[in-house]
Design a protein. Structure first.
Length: 352
């Protein structure tokens, strides 16, 4: 469901066209589902407008936006978006608008690719840009696209920055990095370890971290003193958190390995979608709880998209069996990222 309140400081006090164009911009750059755009509001504005300026503003803020020109959504997405704009324009009985047809012509001349970009605008005005696959499942993994629970967890993190500020965070099943990159950009963690078990996911994740201007430490840094010093200097210059990407399989990870990572906070999004994963994830969480330093166990937060209530309840039952307590964390209040608002998503905090 589209929220009609302004969601961004710069939106408040704007004329309806400006605010609508802003909503189109946020949604388009992030690849929001086309059916979830505020088409009816656009139709209303076009009906009452003397010229095509509202559409031209939307074009400038979407298809011609510098971020889209540099990091475009998929060809199919841009084609469908422009076709919809053309339909809305022509339904008003207006003359065809050259700029719309030229933009569509350019897209029709572009080749479809297996990868595309999504740009998620943060409240600071900065963006998280991700390269992801067009197909939901590719290379045998679900990890090469961003999932709704990952967006939801990022939204929650941005409202709860104190949980992450100056802490060492470990993310399990990071996928291509949306949640962690947003946290690194907006929540000031001291250190952030992204992790996953799939080789292609780890490669795309590392590329995305660099694409966002974050300094990624080589996991084993410095074969020589000079390299080590250069690495430290680069990290100091970056002024960001100490970021690493770790290959970490919940089935294989040892307690010693988890001890090395010294996490204060552990997070994961959309990592429980079949019963086998439930067992291995809970095994990893048990190890994490057993390796608390100074008697303090890490805080663990898991975001779920509840597609099948049996899987969700099964996860809770397994937690109960091994004596891990859990509580539901309050929802984020503001809608920052475009995920399906009808989806049933929740965050559990796990406690020893
Ligand atoms: C549905 S994706 C979610 C990705 C990301 N967290 C998000 O919300 O967009 C699940 C992720 O868990 C990872 N995963 C699955 N089984 C795993 C395991 N045994 N060990 C580590 N990661 C695993 C996958 O590689 C994939 O990246």
């Amino acid at each position: 469901m589209e929220e009609r309140q302004p969601r961004h400081a710069s939106e408040a006090g704007q004329a309806p066209e400006g605010s609508l164009a802003h909503r189109f911009q946020r949604g388009f750059l992030a690849g929001k589902r086309l059916s979830d755009f505020p088409w009816e509001d656009l139709e209303e504005i076009l009906k009452n407008s003397k010229d095509s300026s509202p559409l031209l503003t939307i074009l400038q803020k979407t298809v011609f936006h510098p971020m889209c020109l540099k990091y475009p959504p998929s060809v199919k997405y841009r084609r469908c978006f422009l076709s919809e704009l053309i339909k809305k324009h022509e339904s008003t009985g207006a003359e065809p608008l050259d700029q719309l047809y030229e933009a569509l012509g350019d897209v029709l001349n572009s080749e479809e690719t297996t990868h595309c970009y999504k740009n998620y605008l943060l409240p600071s005005g900065d963006a998280v840009t991700l390269c992801e696959t067009v197909a939901i499942i590719s290379q045998g993994t679900t990890g090469l696209v961003t999932w709704d629970a990952g967006l939801y967890l990022a939204e929650w993190a941005l409202e709860n920055t104190a949980v992450f500020c100056n802490r060492s965070v470990l993310e399990l099943g990071s996928g291509i990095g949306l949640t962690g990159i947003a946290i690194c950009k907006a929540c000031h963690p001291r250190a952030y370890t992204f992790s996953d078990h799939h080789e292609c996911v780890l490669q795309q994740l590392s590329a995305n971290i660099r694409l966002n201007g974050l300094f990624l430490q080589p996991e084993v840094c410095g074969h020589s003193t000079a390299e080590h010093a250069a690495c430290k200097a680069e990290l100091a210059r970056s002024q960001g958190p100490n970021i690493i990407v770790a290959e970490l399989d919940w089935n294989l990870v040892t307690r010693e390995r988890l001890m090395e990572l010294q996490a204060d906070i552990v997070i994961a999004a959309d990592v429980v979608y079949d019963p086998e994963l439930t067992q291995s994830l809970i095994g990893a969480v048990q190890k994490l709880f057993s390796c608390s330093s100074d008697g303090k166990a890490p805080e663990v937060y898991i975001a779920f998209a509840i597609r099948n209530p049996d899987t969700y309840c099964g996860f809770q039952a397994e937690l109960d069996k091994v004596g891990i307590r859990w509580e539901v964390v309050p929802n984020p209040r503001k809608h920052l990222f475009p995920y399906d608002r009808r989806a049933n998503i929740t965050i559990l905090r796990l406690l020893v």
